[in-house]
Design a protein around this ligand. Structure first.
Ligand SMILES: *Cc1c(COP(=O)(O)O)cnc(C)c1O
Length: 433
């Protein structure tokens, strides 16, 4: 990527305290290696749209049907975001108003479920998201849940097991998608299982939306009823989310026979007025910009490069004796079980942080340690790929990770590695600072 400007003349003048912190965060990003797989670097164009006067407008409602005046321009912005998203994901209906991934999932459930209905989703401990039915989350408090895990032998999704569970629990919705799963999802199979028990199928593609848009992961369409996604992960847009769905409610007779709404209308009504107030139109403008970027041919190269980079990193790490859950990766992320390296997830995260490499500790399937200090770490390539790192640099990054883990108690060595990380980052600058 090109080095970008961080325009903040007014901020510098009016609030030097916050301005200094913005500078410090930009430097941290610039001179460190960001390997958290849910993070990315949005373009200056995306950030400029977010910092625009669109921030100041109230627009409750939907384009051409607002509860406030003055929305002539805003309507066009939101319509453009919707049209571009439809083109990008080849779906029938899109709602671009969800504030973030968790509220998008809340709206999706609110659209089709009643409190007490059953959600089936992947357990958090196996890589699912809190909003897929975890007991501390609204999704586990408001609804009954059935949580599926991964195969103990392979670390992969066991579709036969999910089918068996679906028959037993008779969920009203089956959710696919995860935050820490390094393999491809078979969305068709998920939808067939859902259909066989009369459940809605939902795919939460928050992590992999950019891979789907870039054509390196199969699409949940046309199989899936409802698809939610964040826009700030592999899709590389503003922090935010959207919901996509088919127009028709295939289960209308079974669940909503008396309702006059189709699925698209149910989703829209769940987002507003069901859950949210005024949409964040500056964020929606930035989503439109990001979708425009993702529609360009270069984005396909970007998505393919994310996967290539993850593949070479995983190969080197395996060579160095790391135990990758599922034995590798098909996508943008790797989950590493550190048990054989005699280091915990927390210790590894801390040592890597000292070396300027940002990852997060993560539970591995069937982890026996506590979530506060689990057995694994999760890392991924979306952000470093945006910076321009290719296979050869990713091999080097994997070697730096190995060196850090092997020397995690050696402060001197960690300082040395920090310097190597800085040198690498200096060749791939993000900002004019
Ligand atoms: C990140 C993520 C979310 C939540 O998104 P937020 O914007 O953090 O609320 C939901 N589902 C999955 C699978 C995710 O990875």
């Amino acid at each position: 990527m090109e080095k970008e400007n961080l325009i903040r003349n007014a901020l510098q003048n009016s609030d030097s305290e916050i301005d200094k912190l913005v500078q410090a965060e930009a430097e941290r990003q610039q001179y460190g290696l960001e390997l958290i797989p849910s993070e990315n670097f949005s373009s200056q164009a995306v950030r400029e749209a977010m910092a625009s006067p669109m921030n100041d407008k109230y627009a409750e409602g939907y384009p051409r049907k607002r509860y406030y005046g003055g929305n002539q321009v805003i309507d066009t912005v939101e319509e453009l975001a919707i049209e571009r998203a439809k083109q990008l994901f080849k779906c029938e209906h899109v709602n671009v108003q969800p504030y973030s991934g968790s509220p998008a999932n809340a709206a999706a459930y609110f659209a089709v479920l009643n409190p007490g209905d059953t959600i089936m989703g992947m357990a958090l401990a196996h890589g699912g998201h809190l909003t897929h039915g975890h007991k501390v989350n609204f999704s586990g408090k408001l609804y009954k849940t059935a949580q599926y895990g991964l195969s103990k032998e392979t670390g992969k999704i066991d579709y036969d097991e999910i089918e068996k569970m679906a028959k037993e629990h008779q969920p009203k919705i089956i959710v696919s998608g995860a935050t820490a799963y390094p393999r491809e999802f078979d969305f068709k199979r998920f939808s067939e299982i859902a259909e066989s028990v009369g459940a809605y199928s939902m795919a939460d593609v928050a992590h992999i939306a950019g891979l789907i848009a870039g054509g390196v992961h199969q699409s949940p369409f046309p199989h899936t009823d409802i698809v939610t996604t964040t826009t700030h992960k592999t899709l590389r847009g503003p922090r935010g989310a959207m919901i996509m769905c088919r127009e028709e409610d295939k289960l209308k007779e079974k669940y909503h026979a008396k309702s006059k709404w189709n699925l698209a209308q149910r989703i829209d009504r769940a987002v507003f007025p069901g859950l949210q107030g005024g949409p964040h139109e500056h964020q929606i403008a930035a989503k439109a910009v990001a979708f425009g970027e993702a529609l360009k041919p270069e984005f396909k190269d970007y998505a393919a490069q994310i996967v290539k980079n993850a593949k070479v990193m995983s190969e080197i790490l395996i060579e160095k004796g790391f135990d990758l859950v599922t034995g590798g990766t098909d996508n943008h992320l790797m989950l590493i079980d550190l048990t054989n390296k005699n280091i915990t997830g927390q210790e590894a995260e801390t040592a890597l942080d000292k070396a300027g490499i940002t990852v997060n500790k993560n539970a591995v399937p069937y982890d026996t340690r506590s979530p506060f200090d689990p057995s694994g770490i999760r890392l991924g390539t979306p952000a470093i790929t945006t910076r321009g790192l290719k296979e050869s640099e990713c091999k080097y990054v994997a070697e730096l990770i190995d060196k850090t883990i092997n020397n995690h108690n050696n402060e001197e060595k960690l300082t040395e590695i920090r310097q190597e990380v800085k040198e690498l980052c200096s060749k791939f600058l993000l900002y004019e600072l």
